[in-house]
Design a protein around this ligand. Sequence first.
Ligand SMILES: Cc1cc2nc3c(=O)[nH]c(=O)nc-3n(C[C@H](O)[C@H](O)[C@H](O)COP(=O)(O)O)c2cc1C
Length: 219
Amino acid sequence: MSTIFRLDSSIRTEGSVSRAVADTLEASIVEAEDADTTVVRRDVGMNPLANDVWATSAFAGFVAEEDRTDAQVAAKAVAAELADELVAADAIVVATSLYNFGVSQHLKTWIDTVISDPRFAPGTETVKGKPAFLVIARGGGYAEGTPREGWDHATAYLRRIFEDVWGLDLDVIETELTLAEVTPQMAELRDLARQQLAESHEVARTSGRSVTLKLRSAA
Ligand SMILES: Cc1cc2nc3c(=O)[nH]c(=O)nc-3n(C[C@H](O)[C@H](O)[C@H](O)COP(=O)(O)O)c2cc1C
């Protein structure tokens, strides 16, 4: 029996590439795990956390428990609930999008709130070594040598948090050029975009098996 925690943060459901690739990944993990698998989902794209919850929770950390305000107690409870979801998971899937050359604000609020729980403060090793996936969709192209090389300020930050701060055993599935289909100026990139999307789904499909192997060797 294993538990997958999946977080979505795209601000759309219809046509979302990150959700579609994460669906393929989730299905492949569930299929590869022959025992019962529970998928716990949180969708901060559709149901964002209040954007002041992390600051309230972070400051509550400097206040003795008995002196906390009701708002601080509530924010700490939210942080603990998010942290519990990660602690209970055997594998973690985070699906997101590049927005305005940076990280989704909803995902950032989730990360900041999780970090405000003492189990996830920098230096802790609560989820060290857990298998995890970052599924990210970008409308444009940021490959080496392209005009916007270096403009994706989300992926490196997310790697820093998931790999270096939390110590997750992270795989990244990236899909670029997702706006090619709907952007006339990107028409000549459509074949490449379709190829990249197909490759992402293929990587997602084969990833279920690798998670199962990791979970078995950890058991
Ligand atoms: C508000 C907004 C801002 C965006 N900013 C960027 C951007 O800076 N760079 C980029 O390559 N794509 C950008 N995009 C396009 C998305 O990254 C792209 O559509 C991606 O596929 C979204 O993820 P999803 O398909 O899972 O919804 C933006 C989209 C929206 C809605």
